[in-house]
Write a protein that binds this ligand. Structure first.
Ligand SMILES: Nc1nc2c(ncn2[C@@H]2O[C@H](COP(=O)(O)OP(=O)(O)OP(=O)(O)O)[C@@H](O)[C@H]2O)c(=O)[nH]1
Ligand SMILES: [Mg+2]
Length: 261
């Protein structure tokens, strides 16, 4: 129980079997958990058909409806912790994240990072095929997040990530309530505030070829307001306390300076 890749899906029938095959063809011991939100296009049925072929390595959790990317990951994180996985990955189904990069994220965590971020905006990272408006939105989100939070992460909205199990155990996952870009930002913000090392691993992000994007105005609004909320909470409330899992709190040293950062 070493490495688990969590793939959230909503209407990914064109991509799901290929992405699952791409992970298993690496032959590097990655297991895959798909969290499907009752996709009307039958994504879950495709997974069910594949499961016998990858018995004990491919898992499916189905939820009742489209509940958002953030809550899908939180569900997956809890599942992974319970099963005892040591390194837990976030990856999209749409091939924007190249499965060949999984091992580099893993190695970054093995070498001491608590969180390894597949980064478009660190040296060596890139974005391929994205229309200008998406590049501007994504870059704008990164600059905005860094200006407001001062978090030293060049690609704070990145969704291609490896977490050490300890990081996900220490974070109070029930306290993470955002669902879109803001979810990705808050996970990194919480890990950073709790003192974990975040390493950015350069990746090339490729725009999806098949299927439809789930990006919408609500996600952007949540991101803009969410970042302000995070900063507010970390300035005037004890943010570390808020995001620390109460069961583990006794072993995490909360410093008196918390409330001013
Ligand atoms: N389970 C679940 N998965 C979701 C939900 N929304 C999006 N996803 C999945 O999350 C991943 C990322 O979604 P995308 O639509 O690619 O969103 P994005 O990468 O931010 O936007 P694009 O770059 O335009 O593709 C994909 O695997 C989606 O199928 C959701 O509400 N529930
Ligand atoms: Mg995508």
């Amino acid at each position: 129980m070493e490495k688990l890749v969590i793939i959230p899906t909503y209407n990914e029938k064109e991509n799901i079997s290929n992405i699952v095959a791409a992970v298993f063809n690496l032959n590097l011991g990655f297991h895959v958990l798909v969290i499907d939100d009752n996709s009307p296009d039958g994504t879950a049925d495709i997974i069910k058909k594949l499961m016998p072929q990858y018995a004990g390595q491919l898992f499916l959790e189905q939820r009742t409806g489209k509940l958002g990317l953030g809550t899908a990951y939180i569900y997956g994180f809890k599942w992974a912790i319970e099963k005892g996985y040591q390194f837990i990955f976030e990856m999209d189904a749409d091939f924007s994240h190249n499965p060949d990069d999984l091992e580099r994220l893993y190695l970054a965590c093995k070498e001491g990072a608590g969180v390894a971020v597949g980064s478009r905006y660190t040296k060596g990272g890139a974005v391929d095929n994205w229309p200008l408006d998406r590049i501007l939105l994504s870059k704008g989100a990164s600059v905005y997040t860094r200006m407001i939070t001062w978090m030293p992460v060049k690609d704070p909205t990145a969704g291609f990530v490896c977490y050490r199990k300890e990081v996900l155990e220490v974070i109070n996952l029930d306290g993470i309530t955002f669902v879109g870009y803001a979810f990705q930002i808050e996970m990194k913000f919480a890990a950073w505030k709790l003192g974990f090392k975040i390493t950015e691993v350069p990746i090339t992000f490729i725009d999806r070829e098949f299927g439809a994007s789930k990006m919408n105005k609500g996600i952007i609004k949540e991101g803009v307001l969410g970042v302000l909320k995070l900063r507010w909470q970390s300035l005037f409330k004890n943010y570390r306390k808020k995001v620390t899992n109460v069961e583990i709190k006794k072993t995490v040293k909360l410093q008196p300076s918390d409330s001013v950062m």
